[in-house]
Design a protein. Sequence first.
Length: 491
Amino acid sequence: MNVYIIKAGFKSPLSAIYETALVWFRRDLRNFDHAALHAALSTAKNVYCLFVFDTDILDALSERQDRRIDFILESVNELHQALELEGGGLGIVLGSARSEVVRIAVTVCADVVYAASDYEPFTIDRDKAVASSLQGYGKKLILLKDQVIFEKHEILTDGGMPYRVFSYYKKAWLKKLEGCSVESYPVENLSGRMMKPEFGIRPELKDLGFYPSKNGNDAIPPGMKGGKVLLDRFCDRIGQYHLLRDQPAYDGVSYLSAHLRFGTVSIRQLVRLCQDMKTDGAMAFLSELIWRDFFFMILAQFPFVASQSFRPDCRNLNWSNSVGFFERWKYGNTGYPIVDAGMRQLNETGYMHNRLRMITASFLCKDLHVDWRWGEAYFAARLLDFDLSANNGGWQWSASTGTDAQPYFRIFNPVIQSKKFDSKGHFIRTYVPELLRCPDAYIHAPWTMPLSVQRSVGIVLGRDYSLPVVDHAKERLVSLDMYKNAAGVGQ
C-alpha cells in the first residue's frame, strides 16, 4: 500500500527507467509547469494522460447544476486539445477513481502512475486505496508536490511541531523560500513521448448527470486560457493590490482563486511574479498565497478540523441554529445591505469577494448564532473556487474556533464594515437593487431612514427591503456570553 512521494521533483530530463507511465490529472488541469507530467516524460518512454470524473465525488453533489462541473469540463476539454497538439491527448473516463485509475493503468501496461499530491482526508484515503490496488499488479503510485510551495512537514518549528500562528509560519515560510527554487517544471521539449489515448470518452454535461449551471460567471473564464487572461489583467494592477483588495466594488483582487483550485494556473508562476515585482501590492498578494499554504498545512496536520473546531474550548458552543435565520442569511434577506449583497453575489455568480466572506461569516456565527459548519457547507456547495482547506480555515477564523483565529471578542459590526469597504454603496446597489435609489446617508443602515424619505425615494422598509433580522448590538452581547460560557471564562 505504498504511496511514493517525491518532494523535490524532477528539474531536468532523466534516462528513461520505465517503459510506460500514466499521468493522473486531478486539480492540475494544465500542460505547463506540471510536476507529474514532467516526471513522467523524464522517466518513461511512453506517457499516457488520464482524467477521471470521479463518481464518488459527483454522486455526492446535491444539485445537478453546478458551476464547478461546467468549469472542470471546459478546462479538461481545453487540456485535451493542448495535449493533442503535442502528439498526445487526455483520456477521460467516468467512474470511481479508486477503480478506474487502476483499470486504465493495467490497460495501457503502465509501470507507474504519477499524480500531484492532495491533502484532504477523502483524497488521502482514495490515494492509499489506489496505491494498494496498483501494488497488487506490480505497479506504483508516485505523488509529487504541485499545488503548494511547501507541504505539511516542510515548515515546522525548531521543536519539529506545526505552526499554529500564521505570522510565525509566514516568517519561516519566507526564510525557507530564499533557498528554494520555484522554477517551472518544463514539459515542452519532452512531448515526443506522449501517446494518444485509446481509452476514454468525450463527455458532455448530460453524460455526467448534470445540466448547464444557471447565471454563469463570465468574469471567471475557465481553462488555461481563462487563467492567462485573468493573470495578465492582474499583472497590470497588482501594484495596487494592497490598497484595493478589500474594496468589493473595485477590481482590486486577482480573481484567480478558482484557477488555483483547479490548477489552470501554477502556484509557482504566481510566487515568481511576486518575487519579480517586489512592490507592496505584490508582497500583499504573496502573503495571501502563504495563507493558502498555511491552511493546507493545518488541514493535513490536523484533519479533524474538517468536522470540528480546532480549539477544544469551542467545541461546545451553544449555537441557536435557527433555520429561519439561516434561510434569511443564505438568500440575502437579513436587512443588513452589505451582508445581503455578499450572499447574493455568491448565489448569482458562484464567487464572493474575500472581505465579504469574512463579513457574512461573522454575521452568521456572531449575530445569528448559527454553527459555522452550516455556513461552511453552504459556501462549499456554492463557491466555484471551493477548496476545503481554505474554506474551513476561513470559516474557523471568522467563528474564532480555529488556529490563529480572530479573537472571539472581535465581532464585525456590519454597518461599520459596510461604511469602511463600500463607502458609497456601489457594491450594495449592484446586488441589492431594491436599494438603488437609497440615499448615500442611509445605504449602510436603511432602517434608519425616516419614513418620509422612504416614501420620497420609493423604498418602504419591510415592504421593498427587509428590516434587520436582528439587532447587532444586542446579539454581540449574546455572542460574548456564548463564547465566555463555552470557555469557562470567569467561572
